[in-house]
Design a protein around this ligand. Structure first.
Ligand code: FAD
Length: 396
């Protein structure tokens, strides 16, 4: 291949182009990114950046000089509007057309907007501009109502409390993240939030967002209207597949996570087109088809897809990994547990330092270290293996 075009200017893009150059690719390399920024990392947007501990300059993994030095053309503020897989071209919002030998789609995901009255007036969080708006709203004080108690909703709740504003979290499920963490650990997390002044309400169905002059003023539930100075909806993200769909590429069914279907080499249904990161539903060697919306997945798949595009033997088998920081709860999770798995806790919840294992029979499906560090690699080694439960420890 001589011409590589990368559509989507996020973390997967940055890692893919870096690996392409590191692996000796000397052909032309163009990144098309809709946002007017260098590819950047999003996790701080709901954490350190939002509370003012990181600045915008801390977010990009590679600076402009890196792209210049490595002869990578970065077309920021530019949208790819069409892909012609027959002619192997990408049309840009500028009207220009790029030709490719290999195309990488790393278009990421976008916040889901629920089908509720007033939903457009709420705030959402995906971009640095979204985070800036929230920071400004936090500084105005008052009360925030967060719709959705997933990872981002809970991180936002922690950041809002750190900014000193009142926070209510409305979660539809009986327990935020109960499906992921299991009842006991999920309750631990809720208690942590409650102790820190977050009003966590579960089993709540939101009926609509109240608005005045186009601004969100509250959230309507069966119990009435909860007034708010800020309403943020964080109910998950949808893979940005429009371009791939229009190009006729295979899309995974929504009940399987959606996204652009790719094989274990991260190749789409077209042999010249690849996908990675949040938008990709990739066949994992151990776990089968899977779409993972995590920082580490964008890094690992970004690197793997670059090698695959260069014709190296790649069969994607990196165990999913993610982390979060909320108040004094810091954790890393590796593997993929299922709601029906058994949960084994080692160490004490009271001390705030513990390890959680998810098991399907004797097989470890996932592990999570909470405030115990430098043990995640050990957990990674256990995932997918059979263990004697009595011998599981807190690894500390
Ligand atoms: P993105 O980062 O979404 O990048 C895709 C880019 O492509 C975007 O800039 C988009 O504008 C652009 N694009 C889309 N369509 C086009 C087009 N047609 N033309 C040109 N450009 C296009 N993960 C964790 O593991 N831990 C965390 O703590 C964590 N915290 C997070 C906090 C927040 C607030 C958010 C939003 C995400 C968080 N994540 C976290 C998830 C992590 O950030 C994502 O998994 C990661 O950003 C995915 O990278 P990506 O490159 O696949 O997609």
């Amino acid at each position: 291949i001589e011409r590589v075009v990368v559509v989507g200017g996020g973390l997967a893009a940055a890692n893919a182009v870096q690996t392409l150059r590191e692996e000796g690719f000397t052909g032309s390399l163009t990144v098309v990114g809709k946002e007017p920024h260098l590819p950047y990392e999003r996790p701080p947007l709901s954490k350190s950046y939002l509370v003012g501990k990181k600045s915008a300059g801390d977010l990009p993994p590679l600076d402009q000089a890196w792209y210049d030095d490595h002869d990578v053309t970065l077309l920021t503020g530019t949208e790819a509007t069409a892909v012609d897989t027959g002619a192997r071209t990408v049309t840009l919002s500028t009207g220009a057309t790029l030709e490719y030998d290999a195309l990488l789609l790393v278009t990421g995901a976008e916040p889901r907007v629920p089908d509720l009255p007033g939903a457009d007036a709420a705030a959402y969080l995906r971009t640095v501009e979204d985070s800036d708006r929230l920071k400004e709203a936090f500084s105005a004080g008052g009360r925030a109502v967060l719709v959705g108690g997933g990872w981002i909703g809970l991180e936002l709740a922690a950041a809002a409390r750190q900014a000193g504003i009142e926070v209510t979290v409305l979660e539809m499920a009986p327990m935020p993240l109960g499906n992921v963490l299991g009842e006991e650990v999920a309750r631990y997390l809720v208690d942590l939030h409650t102790r820190n002044g977050v009003d966590v309400r579960t089993g709540v169905t939101v009926e609509g967002i109240e608005t005045a002059d186009g601004r969100a003023t509250g959230v309507r539930t069966a119990d009435g209207v909860l007034p708010a100075d800020l309403v943020v909806v964080a109910v998950g993200a949808a893979p940005a597949t429009a371009l791939a769909e229009a190009a006729g590429l295979e899309i995974a069914p929504r009940e399987k996570g959606g996204g652009i279907a790719v094989d274990n080499h991260l190749r789409t249904s077209d042999p010249h087109v690849y996908a990675a990161g949040d938008v990709a539903n990739a066949v994992h060697t151990r776990l089968g088809p899977l779409r993972v919306e995590h920082w580490d997945n964008a890094i690992q798949q970004g690197k793997a897809v670059a090698r695959s595009m260069l014709g190296q033997e790649v069969s994607y088998d990196w165990e999913p990994y993610f982390y979060t920081d909320q108040f004094d709860f810091g954790m890393e999770y590796v593997g993929r547990g299922s709601p029906g798995d058994d949960v084994e806790i080692r160490g004490s919840l009271e001390s705030g330092e513990f390890v959680v294992y998810w098991l399907d029979g004797d097989t470890v499906t996932a592990g999570m270290n909470v405030n115990i560090w430098d043990v995640n690699d050990k957990l990674r080694e256990l995932v997918g293996t059979q263990v004697n439960r009595a011998e599981l420890t807190d690894l500390g």
